[in-house]
Design a protein around this ligand. Structure first.
Ligand code: B12
Length: 327
């Protein structure tokens, strides 16, 4: 573990920006090298080199000698990074950055700070997603989703961040405080990110043994994608059919492929007497059916001779049910 990442380092972005905005002494805020590296996208090695060679570094150190950056130190590093990125030699860039006083640094870096991905706990990340959706900011949404996927495993990212954010967005839409365009944007960008997890992990030679589909007329398919991505991470390929799979199409597919596992998602309430149950009655081979989503009836009328039904309450249990050996 990088010792400079450890210790009691203040990392509350809300509080830090409040302090910065109110002009409170920047020495109150301390960031370790790793945290500065995450915030600015610069490697820890570069940060250390700039400190050692050019004096562009932290104004404080811990008793153990570890670097601790203040918000003002970070602004100076931003200026240095901007000049060097434009090809200005490091020595000259450092001279300019060091010549700037607090006010000048604030003016120079204000815009960049505004586009920084906010940091925080899961709750803070959910709020950041909602606020990026509200301000229709696709770049910020991608950054937040990507960072979450980098820092958490997929099940944790979905369960603790993405699903709560989707629910919060749904609630805000229901209350009229967020437009449907924000809901579309937040889900479209998440679709892109989940698809890239699927692409990066898709097993090369695995047969697509499981079929994943949304019920007829069901447009909500993000949970399906999350499941496909998680199965791919386990090296299991699946045939992900996405939204609104007509019951008739599902029927032909079932009869022609005779899959051993089928996952069906429904967010919107289904009728107890719909054709799907009849179709499942035609199954004449062992089929593990996993139902996910709040739309299914409590006791679906599935004939139990060949079809075993499991209700999955979350991504982890759906994955488990589809990975379990067949009875
Ligand atoms: C994104 C979204 C959309 C997008 C979907 C985009 C996409 N690519 O999927 C779009 C804009 C297309 C859309 C359309 C509609 N939507 Co919509 N949508 C949502 C939203 C915000 C997120 C959906 C989602 O992915 N949820 C995933 C998880 C977060 O859902 P969950 O139900 O909370 O999950 C629970 C469990 O199922 C489980 N769980 C969570 N994740 C997983 C994963 C797996 C694998 C498993 C097994 C379980 C599981 O844990 C949760 C705890 O109970 C929800 C809000 C919400 N609360 O879900 C509304 C919501 C589902 N939509 C709603 C509605 C009404 C609609 C529309 C009818 C609106 C309209 N008038 O046009 C349409 C069309 C619906 C249709 N015919 O399918 C309502 C549904 C109300 C209802 N039950 O009838 C909701 C709840 C919004 C609301 N607050 O009213 N929507």
């Amino acid at each position: 573990m990088d010792s400079e990442r450890s210790g009691q380092v203040f990392e509350d972005p809300q509080e830090s920006s409040d302090l910065a905005a109110s002009g409170t002494s920047p020495s109150a805020v301390e960031w370790a090298v790793g945290a500065v590296s995450d915030r600015l996208g610069l490697s820890p090695a570069t940060l250390r080199t700039w400190d050692r060679r050019y004096g562009i570094g932290p104004s404080q150190r811990t008793e153990g000698g570890h670097r601790r950056y203040s918000e003002e130190d970070i602004r100076r590093v931003r200026v240095m990074a901007r000049f060097t990125a434009r090809g200005v030699p490091a020595q000259s860039a450092a001279r300019v950055a060091l010549s700037m006083d607090s006010d000048r640094l604030l003016i120079e870096t204000g815009n960049e700070e505004a586009t920084e991905v906010p940091r925080g706990d899961d709750h803070g990340t959910v709020e950041a997603i909602c606020s990026a959706a509200l301000s229709l900011d696709p770049g910020m949404l991608s950054k937040i989703y990507q960072r979450t996927l980098r820092e958490r495993d997929l099940v944790a990212a979905w369960t603790h961040v993405f699903a709560p954010a989707l629910r919060a967005i749904g609630d805000q839409w229901g209350a009229g405080s967020l437009g449907v365009e924000s809901e579309h944007l937040a889900s479209e960008i998440l679709v892109t990110e989940l698809r890239s997890v699927i692409r990066a992990n898709r097993p090369r030679n695995a047969d697509s043994e499981a079929i994943l589909a949304c019920a007829d007329n069901e447009q909500h398919y993000l949970p399906l994608l999350a499941l496909e991505a998680e199965l791919a991470r386990h090296g299991v390929g699946a045939l992900g059919l996405g939204a609104r799979v007509p019951t008739q199409a599902l029927q032909s597919l079932l009869l022609s492929r005779r899959p051993s596992r089928l996952f069906l998602w429904a967010s919107i309430s289904r009728a107890v007497d719909e054709k799907l149950w009849e179709v499942l009655g035609e199954v004449r081979w062992p089929l593990a059916l996993v139902l996910g989503g709040p739309g299914w009836p409590d006791e679906p009328p599935v004939p139990d001779r060949w079809v075993t039904v499991t209700r999955a309450s979350d991504l982890a249990s759906a994955t488990q049910a589809l990975l379990a050996p067949l009875p």
